[in-house]
Structures are given as structure tokens and as C-alpha cells.
Design a protein around this ligand. Structure first.
Ligand SMILES: NC(=O)c1ccc[n+]([C@@H]2O[C@H](COP(=O)([O-])OP(=O)(O)OC[C@H]3O[C@@H](n4cnc5c(N)ncnc54)[C@H](O)[C@@H]3O)[C@@H](O)[C@H]2O)c1
Length: 254
């Protein structure tokens, strides 16, 4: 029997990249998957419901949850993967900075807040899992100068995500709901390729980047392990693997 038979998962940002790999991995393990994206999402796979929805909009979030319950009868897994990124130079105009703030924060934080709050009552019913997709910036740096000054708002959104992961893990432990984040380095997805002029990764870089399927496997490993409240790193150029559990005071900060 597959490990996730009878479970229902919502994966956001699942039309491409890491979200698509996670949705496919969960489906292969037997889960029913609601694959959410603001662009047309995955379709044509057994037990995968593709739902075009914008997680930054409250009514859309409510529609995601209502549709999931109507179709599959419960929610066991939420993967908050959808995120916006774009360069946000600190020298841009106020108007541009405020537009960038809404573009990034409304998805990367408000969307995570709303969808998680909407899912928690259902996750609590039988225990479950929340996985937040963060970034390696929030863990102790292995090399100097890893945070680009062009991505202040995106970085800030991932740092703020720590607060959600930490607080929800504490609050939900008694309900057998685990909350963790994956803090990955450069992973070969359209988001990463979009940062290069012609969408082509330089060959030396391409040889070290993480594959989205490895992050998807890490999602399965985290859930099977049962830990909670951790920011779990995945580093470009290193094998992606579940590390030993961390001491409580190191769970979020690494
Ligand atoms: N790729 C990397 O190198 C990398 C590194 C660190 C962290 N991450 C994180 O991993 C996650 C996935 O990244 P990716 O590289 O696969 O990104 P991606 O841009 O390739 O895919 C993200 C998907 O999210 C969708 N999306 C964005 N905003 C949405 C919204 N409001 N509602 C619904 N869908 C929305 C997009 O349409 C897209 O299909 C993100 O949280 C990202 O911040 C990625």
C-alpha cells in the first residue's frame, strides 16, 4: 500500500517547478492532491484536481478549501509553496517599492497566513502536516554574501515565514499537526531560470543546483519522520537529505 493512501493534500504554486514536483510525488504515494496555481494547474492525473486560484485573495482561499472538502472530504497535508519573486532594488522609487511589497508579501505571507488558517480546523481533525517553502537565506550562511541586495523583500518574506512556522508548530503540536519549512538553495525551476537573461543556467552552476524532485522527496521524508518546528536546509552542491533532528533552541535558526 502506498504511504499516503486516503490522505488529501493541497499544494500551492503547483503548475511548475517545486510545487509541480511535490504534487506529482504526493499523488504517486497515493494521496488525493489539489494542485493550486494562479496559472492553469496540473490536470490529467488520477486523483489530482487542478484548481486555478490566487492564494493572495481571501475569497479564492475559501474556494480552495471548500472545493477540497467537497471533492475529497478532508485535508491532511498543506504545502505552502506558491511565492512571488522579482528583483527589488533598494534604490527603486517609493511607488515601485510599495507595489513590489504587495506583489511579494500578499502571496508569500498573507497567502500563507490565510490558507493555513483556513486549513487548520480540518488538519486538526486527524493530525496532519504543513510544509512551508522558505529559502536557505534564513539559515546560518555557509559562504559569505549569499543574500542579494536586489531581493530584500523576497528575503524579508522568507524570514517572516519563520515566525509562522515556529508559532504554528508550537500551537498545533497538541493536535498532532506538524509544521516545518524547507529552506532550499538554488533549485532548477522556472523561477531560478527567470533570474538569468536567456533562461539558461551557466554550465558550472547547472551542475550544482538542486533538482525539484529531490525537494519533493524531502517533503515525504519530513512527514514520515514526524518532527515539527524545524527549518530544514537543502544546499546546492550537496545531496538533499533529511538531517538529524535539531535541539529545540536550534530548530528555527539552524
Ligand atoms: N527555485 C529556487 O531556487 C528556490 C530557492 C529558494 C526557495 N524557493 C521557494 O520554493 C518555492 C517554489 O519555487 P519555484 O522555484 O518552484 O517557483 P516558480 O516561480 O517556478 O513556481 C511558483 C509557482 O507559484 C505560482 N504562484 C505564484 N503566486 C501565486 C499565487 N498568489 N497564487 C497561486 N499560485 C501562485 C506561480 O504561478 C508558479 O506556478 C517558492 O516558495 C520559492 O520561494 C525556490
Amino acid at each position: 500500500m502506498a504511504t499516503l493512501d486516503g490522505k488529501t493534500a493541497i499544494v500551492t504554486g503547483a503548475a511548475q517547478g517545486i510545487g509541480q514536483a511535490v504534487a506529482q510525488k504526493l499523488q504517486k504515494q497515493g494521496a488525493h492532491v489539489v494542485s493550486v496555481d494562479e496559472n492553469p494547474a496540473i490536470t490529467g492525473m488520477d486523483n489530482v484536481l487542478g484548481l486555478q486560484a490566487d492564494v493572495s485573495q481571501r475569497a479564492e482561499v475559501e474556494r480552495i478549501v471548500a472545493t477540497t472538502l467537497d471533492r475529497f472530504g478532508g485535508i491532511d497535508i498543506l504545502v505552502n509553496n506558491a511565492a512571488h519573486w522579482r528583483p527589488t532594488p533598494v534604490t527603486s522609487s517609493w511607488e515601485q517599492a510599495l507595489e513590489d511589497w504587495d506583489y511579494i508579501m500578499n502571496t508569500n505571507l498573507k497567502g500563507v497566513l490565510m490558507l493555513s488558517r483556513a486549513c487548520v480546523p480540518h488538519l486538526k481533525q486527524g493530525g496532519g502536516h504543513i510544509i512551508n517553502m522558505s529559502a536557505y537565506y534564513v539559515l546560518p550562511a555557509k559562504t559569505p554574501g549569499t543574500n542579494s541586495p536586489m531581493t530584500d523583500l523576497y528575503n524579508a518574506s522568507k524570514w517572516a515565514l519563520n515566525g509562522f512556522t515556529d508559532a504554528w508548530a508550537s500551537q498545533l503540536a497538541e493536535h498532532n499537526v506538524t509544521v516545518n519549512a524547507i529552506c532550499m538553495g538554488a533549485t532548477d525551476t522556472p523561477m531560478l531560470r527567470g533570474a538569468f537573461p536567456d533562461g539558461e543556467l551557466p554550465p558550472e552552476f547547472a551542475a550544482t543546483v538542486i533538482q525539484a524532485d529531490d525537494i519533493a522527496q524531502l517533503v515525504l521524508d519530513i512527514m514520515a519522520d514526524g518532527r515539527t518546528g524545524e527549518n530544514i536546509g537543502a544546499w546546492a552542491g550537496e545531496p538533499v537529505a533529511l538531517p538529524p533532528r535539531k535541539a529545540p533552541n536550534k530548530r528555527i535558526t539552524g
